[in-house]
Write a protein that binds this ligand. Sequence first.
Ligand code: B16
Ligand code: MG
Length: 217
Amino acid sequence: MKIKACLFDLDGVVVDTARYHYMAWKKIASDLSFDFSEHDNERLKGISRMESLDILLEIGKIKVDLHTKEELAATKNSLYISYIQKMTPDEILPGVIRFLDELHNGGILVALGSASKNAMSILDKINIAQKFDAVIDGNKVSKAKPNPEVFLKGAAELGIEPNDCLVFEDAQAGIDAARNGGMHIIGIGQPENLKNADFVIPGFETMRLDQLISWYS
Ligand code: B16
Ligand code: MG
């Protein structure tokens, strides 16, 4: 098989933290007196905190100075941290642990590639950090997805060529990042929302190493 390493996005792939991001951004919008819908929240998936805030303010048609933006981002993050503090391993998405174990047993290296600066505390809360051979998060990169930096750093830390890596992503920005990095890509979600992936699967419940081997041989 061509694949020697698998790189996993966090939010939407390993856990569903998108709803916590949404709750926090909705509170910020409400404090600024506008509504923020779940539909609009789709635009925030996979992109950085400050870019998310820019989109939120654009939706609310609100202009603020840089200092206020930094305060809003800090408030959103405090709210988000208060939600993720309560997370438990039960929130790991179905099939993820079994599939990670199958990859390890099959000699495939595994890394996390997340835009989130809170990724390490989430991994600790859900007790899964030890399953990853490398963790690249929002603190280790300076260029947000769709720039491939997060995945290229993951590949480099594992010592694997990008062309031998497979990325699992739920956001278009992440799929574009993996493609820009010259990696193979499986989308997690609905095919109509995820363009340019090699394959799209609904989740890991039915995903098996044998399937990867047959797709990438
Ligand atoms: P933070 P991922 C991303 O995580 C989220 O999808 C995105 O909604 C969020 O804005 C971004 O992390 C930054 O998160 O504010 O915690 O640094 O999908 O790349 O795992
Ligand atoms: Mg994601």
